[in-house]
Design a protein around this ligand. Structure first.
Ligand code: MEV
Length: 313
């Protein structure tokens, strides 16, 4: 009775959240934190649903797992999971769960699976969680690399290009405010952009250009330029009504602590996470922790120090 294990990494979007839903590119990378799924041989294919979930959450989770399980021909495995990711903070917890489950299901089905195969099964779950996700979360989680991602309208999954960095790209990730459900924020923005399509599309297009410029800055090892692009991106997200006083305050705090750039990451809205780009993350993590904020640091790309695991957290 051997145990199967599958890990799905959380993610941060460096540039391009929301506009990625409308077909523009986004730059995103994996976190060291994520979801670990475990599978035990069983006569029935099933997911162990945590007690703490609400009836609505249980229903969604069951439906999502049902789709992934069907995509793998219902192998005989009982899957449970645990996570060290903050939930509903824009850090890709549902994408990470989808990837972790997909890895265990594919192993149980005896299939040799590429990152793309994992992403395709995870995509089944993500659609159930989010309605109209761009696919950036679970793709980043399955690829486990910094990618420039672009959704293909109507297609199963988007295109992604791995972005190599000659320098370490180090972030501080801070929880700044309440949990904020992605579905609600994405839905409200959709209503505004339906009504004032041209104005919103102009901003989405500009954010897409920033994501591509940011990818070039990473490849050139120009972290100052990357930081500047992040700052401008935050301003445009605020212009789209996706920031809040709490998120803005944290962005300014990080800049005052010497961040090369800082912005909200993920869906934004009333709460969620803020990221800051630093040459050295340790002093900011120390200071924010002292101020009572929940935060951690993570390396998204570039050469790693001898002996270091992925990310510091
Ligand atoms: C959520 O992590 C990112 C959004 O762009 C939604 C999506 O891409 O599906 C807000």
């Amino acid at each position: 009775n051997n145990t199967l294990v599958g890990f799905g990494a959380g993610k941060v979007i460096l540039l391009g959240e929301h506009s990625v839903v409308y077909g523009y590119p986004a730059l995103a990378g994996p976190l060291s934190r994520g979801v670990t799924a475990r599978g035990e041989t069983s006569n029935k294919c099933q997911l162990v649903i945590p007690e703490a979930l609400t009836p609505e959450q249980r229903k969604v989770l069951k439906a999502a797992f049902g789709r992934a399980m069907a995509a793998c021909d219902e192998p005989g495995v009982r899957v449970s999971f645990n996570t060290d990711l903050p939930l509903s903070m824009g850090l890709g917890s549902s994408g990470a769960l989808s990837v972790a489950c997909a890895r265990v299901l594919l192993q149980a089905a005896g299939r040799k699976a590429s990152a793309m195969d994992v992403a395709n099964v995870a995509w089944e779950m993500e659609q159930e969680f989010h309605g109209t996700p761009s696919g950036v979360d679970h793709t980043t989680s399955a690829m486990e690399q910094l990618i420039l991602y672009r959704r293909k309208p109507g297609a199963e999954s988007g295109r992604s290009k791995v972005v190599e960095s000659p320098k370490p790209v180090r972030l501080v990730v801070v929880m700044a405010g309440a949990r904020s459900p992605t579905k609600t924020t994405v839905g409200a923005l959709r209503e505004r952009q339906k009504r004032w399509s041209e104005r919103y599309q102009r901003v989405f297009r500009e954010i897409g250009l920033l994501a591509s410029e940011g990818a070039e800055a990473v490849e050139e090892g120009d972290l100052e330029a990357l930081g500047d692009v992040m700052n401008v991106n935050h301003g445009l997200l605020a212009a789209l009504g996706l920031s809040s006083p709490g998120l803005d305050d944290m962005v300014h705090r990080l800049r005052n602590m010497g961040a090369l750039g800082a912005k909200l990451t993920g869906a934004g809205g009333d709460g969620g996470a803020v990221i800051g780009l630093f040459h050295d993350t340790a002093p900011a993590v120390h200071e924010l922790t002292r101020q009572g904020f929940r935060c951690f640091d993570s390396q998204l790309a570039g050469p790693r120090e001898e002996g270091a695991t992925r990310g510091a957290a």
